[in-house]
Design a protein around this ligand. Sequence first.
Ligand code: BG6
Length: 520
Amino acid sequence: MPESSHPLPPQACSLIIFGGSGDLARRKLLPALYNLLLDGMLPADYAVLGMGRKKMSDAEFRRTAREGVVKYSRQKLKEDVWTDFERRLFYVAGSLDDPKAYTDLRTRLVKTEADLHLPGSRIFYLAIPPTSIAMTVEGLQKAGMVLDRREGAAARKSLQAHAATDHHGLFSRVIVEKPIGRDLESAKEINAAVAKVFDEAQIFRIDHYLGKETVQNILVLRFANSIFDPIWNHQYIDHVQITVSEAEGVGSRATYYEEAGALRDMVQNHILQLLCLVAMEPPYSLDPEVVRNARMDVLRCLRPIAGNEVQKYTVRAQYSSGCVPGAEVPGYRREPGIKPDSTTETYVALKLFVENWRWSGVPFYLRTGKALAKRASEIAVYFKEIPQILFNTNPVAPLAPNVLTLNIQPEEGLSLRIISKVPGAKAKTHPVEMHFRHGEAFGAPSPEAYERLLLDVMAGDASLFMRRDAVEASWAWITPILEGWKTHGTKWLPEYEAGSMGPVEAERLIQSDGRNWHPL
Ligand code: BG6
């Protein structure tokens, strides 16, 4: 059953997608909007304008959108709903460095708003490379498409008024896709450029992991149950592992990925946010600013990894040829569009510490990679071993510790490993797993992250978005690692076979602490 009401209602608006002819729009954004309509969640009045360099008519844009929905939508296409949806899809071609593109967009937007009786509230979705962000927001402002930014400042005064609206209830909001920069300096420049045009309350920096159901469930699990919080600390937890394993290789995103690599692409944003949710202190309310402050505090506590420490705490590697389920994969350097001598990492593993009272001495191990044996994202919380008495007396085969595993995808749920007695006369024990599966418990498949997040922007709720200081804090932690790799990294990256679980160096990273990666 879809939720019948969002905590704050989404408001009538136009959504303008920059990068409208791109992959993200086709695979994620348009299918997400279609699903919201199907579930009766979209406001009655809305329009979607795609904007892109590629020349396309409205009809062609609608056709591409339809293909995207047929291929990637969570729910099947229904002709009557589709007909309704496509009537509200439009396309404007233009190049972001051409002032005319913005005046063309404005003319089209104003006409569409008049034709569809839309109030004039606008959401600008920047699904474009980070180098184009500054010119785009400036172009929007110059063309007079952004409402007065003071609306945002007014809204910020009231923590309750999440939606930055003017006195007519109108708003302009901007969604900024990742990557926001490629290091701390460039992230600051982008943030500063956006802040010249939009107030912080109007800016929604998206990290789609925060929109995943199972990721939101981390806080519910921790703070809506009485049994977890008392043991959620260094006294009971031995270590935590966060894994985002992908079976797909670099695919068609060579140009972007060559410049990014796994640390920038996955750790700087998604995985650090997962870490924040696992490690944060209980917020005193669910107010967006309070929750975002609590997440931010974790980033402030990360022990830096710099200089030659990268050799001790990090592993980077690249996939060589191999087989992932259902496909043969060429080595990364032989993928189309990749330099034959590329040193971009497609895998990274890290050991880090959150230096505060709760987590003192508890290592967090993170790993992510492409072209691995399977797609699986999960968080495994390993509890401390019990004393070596009673059932745990064999020093060469100690009992397996309790592990709480939060499965983020593709399985959504959680499991708890506990030790049980094997039936029979002997006092023999064996680890067993208790499972909870979202699908089994709640029936319907969970909404896609982008559905929830688009709805939140229409409602003006920024809880699940990244604040400027958080983006910069995570870059401040990541950048010294990138620099350490430059000065202290090996010239040739270790390799791992596509379809394996990663390089032996990553095994060594964790095994040298007497631990193992959690089997996926
Ligand atoms: C994106 C990365 O942000 O997240 C991709 O750029 C990655 O490289 C993707 O594949 C993973 O998202 P999901 O939702 O499929 O886990």
